[in-house]
Design a protein around this ligand. Structure first.
Ligand SMILES: [Zn+2]
Ligand SMILES: [Zn+2]
Ligand SMILES: [Zn+2]
Length: 931
């Protein structure tokens, strides 16, 4: 072809092979921003059926990591693909601003400057700090090509938002959900605060494991009459520091108990535990008397710190799998203990202060931290003859999510949302069944989370958050949730932010003439100083955002009215977190879940499947990938993995993603190169495409249609798989190979060339559109590289899914035609290959083939006419019918036809007169037309 190079239609395009995404992407971001492209998209979709993705707010205190990055990319793909499929899909990103991590960081800053801020100063700095990180994260998310209302995101610390949080609390309080009560709750003595379930992490740690004797104090029924020396009950515990708070011993009334002899003592244990206790004490324990568990109820033993320890019915908490069958019960220090204590009227003892130090009642350990006192308590018990055995045990123990130190159970007065108020739990369970959970297994997780969740402890003893608008009467100490006070608190919060509650005097919130509803006193009153759990903030986002973003609120209301979809899309920890808190608030106030669809994605792990941690040195920052490869690579990585599972990331994985990207990019480049002279008006109608082109166009349409379905189901990894496959297999490996000769050597406007271009044009258009939610930058770059594409729509991100993907599929069994053609091509190539390997043939073009097959197969091939040679890339093909053939037989021989010097095909019409260029008649015509 060399000498005729200038006479060929070789590919021509400015679309560069080298992507240079790190350099080009920021320019594209500016280009979109200048043109207001996102706003145009919003306007274009207004009034369409709604699909709302409500953004779960990340916490504003650090750079984004691979987890937050992939979460946002997945959400962006939901929003973009929904828009592409014709939905109105507004997206308002948000941030969670209040809470402990920021308060702790800011407190540290002040401490380093040796400053002691008051509450208001501390809160101001927290607000600034949160705003600084919002700005950082916003830039990082935008750099990933995420589209949304970045100029007005929702912030939980925005005044109007805080006011809605107060109003939401007031609504629940007025509906009777909120109560103040003594509860044994998770308490972090290090951070001095109550912790929510979602703030607890379990870690395996070694704990003491001791058996303690409780001597008999009072035996009114004479259960142990006649025993001397007096019996001692044996209880087992792994938390010796809770013994000063002991008020009872739980038993199983249905189980048999035995008095046994141990040296010169009488011990009481459950019969099924006898063998295990014998092992622990290292001696046989002969049975002296047998007692039914039920008979023990009401007997008083003496706890180590001198309290009466009453035997109570411990159903269902007494296990015969461990311990002694008599369970040490400290209602002030355990959830089950508290529940049983409440039921049995044991009362509560809690000699531990906010910092986890013993108070009076735990002598001689007053002032000691309960976290490091166990060894001394054990010694102390030993000195008093109370210790029967002591060892250690490794078990799973709750730790604080923030400081990673062990937490304790501690009875305190807190505000609670009562989960069983008005059958709330049942109603929430009913709503769970109405929501679509994806993957389906997530339904079980939320069911468990709702079924098992305790009452929601709403109060925190911290500063950075929304104040609880409750009052205390100084006269009678009643805790008051007064609707008019709460309403006023919301109004002042809207005006001045949540500082108002802490800054303004209590009078600012009192209605005139207000009296304590309990004692009629006209004052004084004092404001609650606790703040709301940040999970209450995020549980309220679905209400607050509708007020702070009225247009989004209208869309939300329309979605509810018109049965549109409202989607939440977060990680698996949100079954106990945001999915749960939003459900509690939504069902509490409206009877309904705030969402219709909940998607739960997996964790992002390192290449070996480990969580990423600074301490492991395996953290990969999104920015480091963007700088090296570009944001489209981060996006392809996130979207190419099935988000329903955990997602791994590492150098090799990213290298593979970059390779896949290069292949897709090169295919786009090849398409653009061969369409340089093509304009949409050159397109050949489907019916006039050549048979091979028609078959391929239908195949392509069918693949695109499947991609549409996958987008509809948010199965992005299937779309990326299909895109890569279409580019590398369908296009690069087959169709482009088959069409090359026509594209390069025919006259530019030859119908057979335009036919191939029409198919490539569809491929270019449809694949750019299909790739646009994934490779947001590259798809736009492709789009802007062809004036024909820009003429159909100014930006790929404003285009809609091509309708013809649906039509073409219904034009007949055409999809099958392509499969049939590929099969024949495979058989022919397999027959040619040995001759090429033996160097009998230099190229397949030198082959003449004879195909023998059953008449229907031959008829189908005959329909291709002259195109068959071009499709098989051979010099000559003979078709022979064989009525008995069950497969296709191929015979190959080397052609004796001369080769055209321009198009390199062997043809009978090549004029090979010596001394002049050997050209086929087709090439001769092309050349004649050019001159
Ligand atoms: Zn802590
Ligand atoms: Zn009062
Ligand atoms: Zn030729």
């Amino acid at each position: 072809m060399a000498g005729y190079r200038d006479t060929l239609n070789l590919p021509r395009t400015d679309f560069p092979m080298k992507a240079d995404l790190p350099g080009r992407e920021p320019e594209r971001l500016r280009w979109w921003a200048e043109r207001g492209e996102y706003q145009r998209l919003r306007e274009q979709k207004r009034g369409r059926p709604l699909l709302i993705l409500h953004d779960g707010p990340p916490y504003s205190n650090a750079h984004i990591h691979m987890g937050t990055a992939s979460n946002k990319v997945w959400k962006d793909a939901v929003v973009r693909s929904s828009s592409l499929l014709g939905f109105d899909s507004p997206y308002v990103p948000g941030w969670d601003n209040h809470g402990m991590p920021i308060e702790i960081q800011v407190t540290k800053e002040f401490r380093e400057k040796k400053l002691q801020p008051d509450r208001i100063e501390l809160r101001r700095r927290c607000r600034e700090y949160a705003a600084e990180w919002v700005a950082v994260q916003r830039a990082e998310f935008e750099r990933l090509g995420i589209w949304g209302e970045w100029s007005k995101p929702y912030l939980t610390m925005e005044h109007a938002f805080e006011a809605e949080i107060v109003r939401t609390f007031a609504g629940l309080a007025e509906a009777g959900f909120v109560q103040r009560g003594m509860r044994s709750i998770h308490w972090c003595p290090t951070d001095r605060t109550a912790l929510a379930e979602a703030e607890i992490e379990y870690q395996d740690i070694p704990s003491p494991s001791i058996h303690v004797a409780f001597p008999l104090r009072e035996d009114a029924q004479g259960v142990f009459a006649g025993l001397s020396p007096a019996v001692e009950a044996v209880a087992w515990t792994t938390t010796p520091w809770t013994l000063p708070a002991n008020l009872g011993l739980m038993v199983d009334p249905e189980a048999p108990y035995v008095v046994v002899r141990h040296g010169d003592r009488h011990l009481l244990i459950a019969a099924p535990r006898l063998e295990a206790v014998e092992k622990v004490l290292g001696s046989a324990l002969p049975e002296v008397r047998r007692v039914a568990g039920r008979e023990l109820l009401g007997v008083l033993f003496e706890a180590p710190w001198g309290n009466a320890s009453r035997v109570v019915d411990g159903t269902p908490f007494v296990s015969m799998q461990d311990g002694t069958g008599l369970v040490h019960t400290a209602p002030g220090h355990g959830k089950e203990d508290f529940a049983v204590g409440l039921r049995e009227g044991l009362g509560v003892v809690n000699p531990v202060d906010d910092a986890g130090r013993f108070e009076l009642g735990a002598e001689p350990f007053v002032g000691r931290s309960v976290l490091d006192v166990d060894a001394d308590v054990i010694t102390w018990l030993g000195e008093r003859g109370r210790l029967l055995a002591s060892g250690t045990l490794t078990h799973s123990y709750p730790h604080c999510w923030r400081c990673r130190r062990p937490v304790i159970f501690r009875a305190t007065r807190q505000w609670f949302m009562m989960i069983d108020h008005h059958d709330h739990r049942e109603r929430a369970m009913t709503e769970v069944e109405r929501v679509k959970w994806e993957p389906e297994g997530a339904r079980n997780r939320i069911r468990d989370a709702v079924r098992l969740r305790p009452d929601w402890c709403l109060s925190r003893q911290r500063s950075w958050g929304v104040g609880i608008p409750a009052l205390y009467c100084e006269s009678c100490n009643a805790a008051l949730l007064e609707p008019r006070v709460m309403k006023r608190a919301a109004e002042l919060t809207r005006e001045h932010g949540s500082d108002a509650w802490f800054e303004q005097p209590v009078e600012a919130f009192l209605p005139s003439g207000f009296r304590c509803p309990q004692c009629e006193a006209a004052g004084p009153f004092r404001k609650e100083t606790d703040i709301l759990d940040v999970w209450f903030d995020s549980g309220s986002t679905h209400r607050a955002i509708q007020v702070t973003h009225p247009e989004f609120g209208e869309a939300w209301q329309r979605a509810v009215r018109e049965a549109g979809r409202i989607v939440y899309f977060e990680g698996p920890d949100q079954h106990r977190g945001w999915f749960n808190s939003s459900l509690m608030v939504g069902v509490g106030l409206t009877g309904h879940a705030p969402y219709t669809d909940v998607l739960t994605h997996g964790w992002v792990l390192d290449r070996d499947g480990r969580a990423m941690h600074k301490s492991l040195g395996n953290v990969i920052a999104p920015d480091s990938i963007i700088v090296r490869y570009g944001a489209d690579i981060v996006r392809w990585w996130a979207l190419a993995t099935d988000w329903r599972n955990d997602v791994r990331v590492g150098d090799e994985i990213l290298q593979r993603v970059a390779d896949a990207y290069r292949k897709v990019r090169n295919t786009f480049r090849f398409l653009l190169g061969n369409l340089d002279d093509f304009r949409p008006e050159h397109a050949v109608p489907f019916a006039r495409l050549t048979p091979v082109d028609r078959a391929f166009a239908s195949h392509l349409a069918a693949r695109l249609e499947r991609m549409r379905e996958d987008y509809r189901n948010f199965l992005f990894h299937r779309v990326t798989d299909a895109l890569l496959d279409v580019c590398t297999v369908d296009l690069s490996a087959v169709f482009l190979d088959v069409a090359k000769n026509r594209l390069y050597t025919l006259a530019a406007d030859d119908p057979a060339r335009r036919s191939a271009q029409t198919v490539l044009w569809r491929a270019l258009h449809d694949l750019a559109v299909a790739a646009s939610p994934i490779l947001v930058f590259t798809a736009e770059e492709v789009w802007q590289s062809h004036p024909g594409l820009v003429a159909t729509c100014e930006s790929v991100h404003l285009s809609e899914w091509p309708e013809h993907t649906r039509e073409a599929v219904h034009e007949g069994p055409a999809g099958d035609d392509w499969a049939f053609l590929l099969e024949i091509r495979g058989i022919v190539n397999a027959a040619i290959e040995p001759l090429r390997a033996a160097k009998t043939l230099a190229t397949t073009q030198e082959a003449e083939v004879t195909l023998t097959a059953a008449p229907p197969t031959i008829a189908r091939l005959a329909q291709l006419g002259g195109e068959l040679l071009g499709f098989l890339l051979v010099a000559r093909a003979e078709l022979i019918e064989d009525l008995d053939a069950t497969d296709v037989r191929v015979e190959v021989q080397k052609t004796s036809l001369p080769r055209c010097e321009r198009c390199w095909t062997h043809r009978p019409d090549v004029d090979d007169t010596p001394g002049q260029a050997a050209l086929c008649s087709r090439c001769n015509r092309v050349l004649a037309a050019r001159s």
